[in-house]
Design a protein around this ligand. Structure first.
Ligand code: GDP
Length: 692
């Protein structure tokens, strides 16, 4: 018998995890009573511990689904809140505190919440029972309570006292039964008194004769009868030491027995009345088992129905494809690592070289502009060129110190740029950008947590590698800071490359001029503005003030644009001139390096690049390619707990739905197997009973 109830309670708990569905549950015992009727005392007497929230203004605001699990071989008694994951709580004062907090968390304006608190208590001293404690009925709302509290509590109770649940209606003996709120509520939903157990508390507060007559009540006869109890916790057992630890059941029973045996005439064996907490427990167990067993067939039918729906959805929506959070993570991780492998094969020394060379080309253009193309910066006019001096260059004296100085300084600027840091940073950034792209095209893109983890993994590896790499690379290129020897072939390659770079720059410059032209409102307008600026620069026109307020009939904004146009026009002119120089015979030989700074600097940059790409390939790429997949395994594979994996997988709504169906189906199948086992157990017990 006992085993059956235990099994059924287990099944009931399993069904609770399937989800909220009215038909998908097994009945429970619902405890109702008005405030101060002694409802908490009855429940605590059954459990053997004080654990329910107390206090004059303390109203239970959420149903408590209390599952008692008898653990005959265990010594420890403890509680668990499965939904909170707090683990085993052996201190019942702590359970009481948690319940109080959960109650207080219900917003004042909501009055009560119908979201039940799940609490399981394991003890060798409790019977296997499933009880639902509901907020006590109140007569009038207190001055600091919302006016509708009374109605909301009644509504909540009404929801729970529906069939097939058993109603445990608590009434205090010192209140006339006709005025019992709980009995009135139960009579409305159970008029024939078929599934209500009446409990009369505080029997010690009325004359024994009166108490006895209440238990034999005929006005609202209950098939399951009335039980009289005295549940007040005797004072000496509520001392400091016993609170929250010692079991109080015995003290209560002793006190109760003392009262009932003091009135043998009314409550003695001959009276036929049901009294005592012990009897109440027995009755509850018996009634719950009968009720649950009677509901089993209906519940199992509902589960079959639900399972059929889940199976259909699984087939139609997900093609019967199995899925678990773990398998999803493993597959995603594999796919990502595979994509990364593909990337490592496509990104090697050649790609590093291209990135570095492009970066250094930009640096060379800056250097050339600084040292050859720009006139010292002047506030009044845009940075201007020295076209006259520069156009002298091809014809100047080979020993002219000006050009020697300029080229040596430019070359030194390039080699002392901090190539180690620059090159390492540029390549590390490129790698990080590729990783980000890989993430965005992987299934991790829908998972903020995984995206962040992967980005952090690559960033931290790259950061660590970058420190050493940039220092070591700087050492590798050190010789070039002192002496640069060029081969003819290197010169030729430099010449070819810088030609392309200058052409590209010229194209960009021309495009920028076109853009300014359209900003200024056409060719003619641009000619007018630039013409005026040219006249100012040549001294033909003298500006009053600094021209910031506009001049020559042009607004200051127009003049600003005009200066940009002049700058770009002059820059394009220089680029054309230098392109011609680079292509000229003079620049075909490295002997004339002072005449061809563009070619020389490019050849130097190429040398630096060759050293850097080799080094970065070995130090940064190889190490990153080796470490990154391992770091991924550590952070996303082994590093995650099952609940983290579950949370990760559920971040993607598609996967979450898929997992839900798989999970629901498995759970329902499991419950059905459990019910089947239960039926076999039941049949065996019946056979044994009939033989006995
Ligand atoms: P609830 O508001 O319905 O949960 O009622 P409680 O269980 O908190 O009890 C209200 C008051 O009645 C408390 O002071 C209890 O000590 C007291 N009480 C409960 N049961 C009994 C009983 O059987 N006899 C006596 N004398 N007092 C009781």
């Amino acid at each position: 018998m006992m085993l059956l109830t235990k099994k059924m309670i287990e099944i009931r708990s399993l069904l609770q995890t399937v989800g909220q569905s009215e038909s998908l549950t097994l009945p429970s015992i619902v405890v109702i009573g008005s405030q101060s009727s002694g409802k908490s005392s009855v429940l605590e007497a059954i459990v053997g511990h004080e654990f329910l929230p107390k206090g004059s203004n303390m109203v239970t605001r959420r149903p408590i689904e209390l599952t008692l699990v008898n653990t005959p071989d265990a010594h420890a008694e403890y509680g668990e809140f499965p939904a909170l994951g707090l683990g085993k709580i052996t201190d019942f004062v702590q359970i009481q505190k948690t319940l109080t907090d959960l109650n207080l968390a219900v917003p004042e304006k909501d009055c009560v919440s119908d979201d039940p608190i799940q609490l399981r208590i394991y003890s060798p001293n409790v019977p296997d029972l499933s009880l639902i404690d509901l907020p006590g009925y109140i007569q009038v709302s207190g001055h600091d309570q919302p006016a509708e509290l009374k109605e909301r509590i009644a509504e909540l109770c009404d929801k729970y006292i529906q069939p097939p649940n058993v109603i445990l209606a608590i009434s205090a003996a010192d209140v006339d039964l006709a005025n019992s709120t709980s009995l009135r509520a139960s009579r409305r939903v159970d008029p024939r008194g078929e599934r209500t157990i009446g409990v009369i508390t505080k029997m010690d507060l009325v004359e024994a004769e009166r108490g006895a007559s209440m238990l034999a009540d005929k006005k609202y006869p209950l098939r399951l009868g009335y039980v009289g109890v005295v549940c007040r916790i005797p004072q000496q057992s509520t001392g400091l030491f016993s609170r929250g630890s010692a079991n109080i059941a015995n003290a209560i029973t002793r006190n109760e027995n003392a009262y009932f045996s003091a009135h043998p005439e009314e409550f003695g064996p001959g009276s036929d009345l049901d009294v005592g907490t012990k009897n109440l427990r027995k009755k509850l167990m018996y009634v719950l088992e009968q009720t649950m067993a009677a509901s089993l067939a209906t519940t199992s039918e509902a589960i079959h129905q639900e399972l059929a729906e889940a199976t259909y959805e699984y087939k139609v929506q997900y093609n019967d494809r199995p899925l678990s959070a773990e398998s999803y993570l493993a597959e995603s991780l594999d796919a990502f690592k595979h994509a990364f492998k593909g990337f490592t094969e496509s990104f090697g020394r050649a790609e590093v070289r291209a990135i570095l060379k492009h970066e250094l080309d930009q640096q060379i253009l800056n250097l050339l502009a600084q040292r050859y193309w720009n006139r010292p910066f002047d506030d009044l006019t845009p940075p201007l060129i020295e076209p006259d001096i520069l156009s002298e260059l091809p014809r100047s004296d080979p020993d002219n110190p000006l050009w020697h100085l300029k080229l040596d300084a430019s070359s030194a600027s390039l080699t002392k740029l901090g190539i180690g840091r620059l090159a390492t940073t540029v390549v590390a950034n490129a790698l990080q950008a590729h990783i980000d792209r890989l993430i965005s095209t992987s299934s991790f893109s829908a998972h903020p947590f995984a995206r962040q983890t992967i980005t952090q993994a690559s960033a931290s590896i790259l950061r660590d590698l970058s420190y050493d790499t940039s220092d070591e690379l700087e050492i590798c290129i050190k010789p070039y800071k002192y002496r640069i020897e060029l081969e003819d072939s290197e010169w030729a390659r430099g010449r070819e490359n810088i030609t392309a770079v200058l052409k590209g720059e010229l194209r960009d410059c021309d495009a920028a001029i076109k853009a300014v032209e359209s900003d200024l409102g056409g060719k003619k307008k641009m000619k007018d503005v630039t013409g005026f600026i040219d006249r100012v620069r040549s001294g033909e026109v003298v500006l009053e003030g600094d021209g910031t307020g506009g001049a020559g009939g042009f607004s200051s904004a127009l003049l600003r644009k005009g200066r940009e146009a002049v700058f770009l026009r002059d820059r394009a002119e220089i680029l054309r001139m230098r392109l011609m120089a680079v292509r000229s015979k003079q620049c075909a030989s490295k002997k004339n390096k002072y005449y061809c700074p563009e070619v020389f600097l490019d050849a130097v940059a190429d040398k630096l690049t060759s050293t850097a790409d080799l080094f970065l390939d070995a130090e940064l790429l190889s190490k990153f390619y080796y470490n990154f997949p391992r770091e991924l395994d550590a952070r996303l594979g082994r590093g995650l707990t099952p609940s983290e994996i579950e949370r990760f997988a559920r971040e993607d709504p598609k996967i979450r739905r898929h997992l839900d169906v798989v999970h629901r189906k498995a759970l329902l199948e499991h419950v059905l197997t459990e019910i089947e086992t239960l039926r076999q157990l039941e049949a065996r017990e019946k056979r044994v009973a009939s033989r006995g």
